[in-house]
Design a protein around this ligand. Structure first.
Ligand code: ATP
Ligand code: MG
Length: 333
């Protein structure tokens, strides 16, 4: 990221499922990078992946509510809708027309091997695995490639999907015409896999997340419950002590220090002291974001305007790309 010399030569696409409010894993895993790059002048597209909710849900419950909560989180974190395009997948039909040729470029075996999909199936509450579960990474390739993004700030779980997007771009270009699509790069942060209070990936669906919108007391309660280990002396050792190390990383990111420095400042004081440090660091860091969020939440109609304008911009870009794809595939009628 520091190697970006001309921000106008890059374009970012990234996004989230509207399955709940954004949490610290999102913030330090991708959202902070989105805002940083937007602020140095890189064009930013943010997809709210509403069709993707159906990968592991029977119905997309309270979709409108969840979508608006995501927009609130984006605005509070500093995404600027006058520069960035925030849109919902379902409002851009051309994305689904890109899905079909893209599906023809990947094999069933490749889709079945995806480790993130396997992990999500293992954690899913559904007894039946739908076709969408196996094909949503291709859907996501359409989300990324329609605007010819070259940078995708994501958490670690997205790396197999990004690899598939690169494969699809390469195969499309090989088969139908060089240079239609770029091969986008994943952009990982210092926290590509923040753990939740139960010691597994912090996730909206796992009930283990600390949301950006949570109150200070709720945050303290959640961190108090977080899994640690029995060793008293606090050390930073991501491989050996993942839960303690994830908490140290969280505090370090909020305090702009290294996790080892935070560990040294706690030393033998143990996990209760660690949790106190983390709680204060998180609450102080999030205070201005939470205040901005509460301010934006007073005007729901503004959120809908942001989406309407974002959807319009995304539709125009997607239509242009679809026309190019159809021409490359010799559909001239
Ligand atoms: P769900 O449980 O509904 O799948 P989620 O918490 O996994 O929700 P997503 O909407 O699937 O969130 O992911 C959005 C983006 O946030 C992706 O780029 C993902 O890699 C990133 N992300 C999600 N959780 C974390 C985490 N714990 N650490 C780092 N990045 C994360
Ligand atoms: Mg997820």
């Amino acid at each position: 990221m520091d190697t970006i010399t001309d921000p106008t030569r890059h374009r970012i696409l990234t996004g989230d499922r509207p399955t709940g409010r954004l949490h610290l894993g999102h913030y330090f895993g991708t959202l902070q990078n989105r805002v940083r790059l937007q602020d140095i002048g890189v064009e930013l597209y943010v997809v709210i992946a509403d069709y993707q909710v159906l990968t592991d849900r029977d119905v997309a419950d309270d979709l409108t509510g969840h979508v608006e909560e995501l927009v609130l989180d984006y605005l509070a974190a500093g995404v600027d809708p006058t520069r960035a395009t925030i849109f919902t997948h379902s409002a851009v039909p051309a994305l689904n027309q890109l899905l079909l040729p893209f599906l023809s470029l990947v094999s069933v075996a490749e889709l079945g091997r995806n480790p993130t999909v396997k992990d999500e199936i293992a954690h899913s509450r559904q007894s039946v695995v739908s076709g969408l579960m196996f094909t949503y990474p291709v859907h996501q390739a359409a989300d990324i490639l329609f605007c010819k993004a070259d940078l995708v700030p994501v958490g670690q779980d997205q790396l197999p999907h990004l690899e598939l997007t690169r494969t699809i771009a390469r195969r499309f270009n090989d088969r139908y015409g060089a240079g239609v699509f770029p091969e986008p790069q994943a952009l990982l942060s210092k926290a590509p896999l923040l753990l939740g209070t139960d010691g597994t990936k912090m996730s909206k669906s796992r009930g283990n997340a600390i949301t950006l919108a949570a109150g200070a007391d709720e945050t303290a309660r959640l961190i108090k419950r977080a899994k640690t280990d029995t060793e008293r002396h606090i050390t930073y050792d991501p491989a050996g002590r993942p839960e303690v190390s994830s908490l140290l990383l969280l505090a370090a990111l909020c305090l702009d220090r290294t996790p080892a420095q935070v560990a040294d400042s706690i030393g033998a004081a143990g996990s209760a002291a660690l949790k106190k440090v983390v709680t204060e660091a998180v609450n102080d860091y999030l205070a201005p974001i939470r205040a901005r969020r509460a301010e934006y939440a007073r005007d729901r109609s503004y959120l809908r305007t942001v989406l309407r304008e974002g959807n319009e911009r995304a539709r125009a870009v997607a239509d242009t790309t679809l026309a190019e794809v159809r021409a490359a595939m010799n559909s001239h009628y």
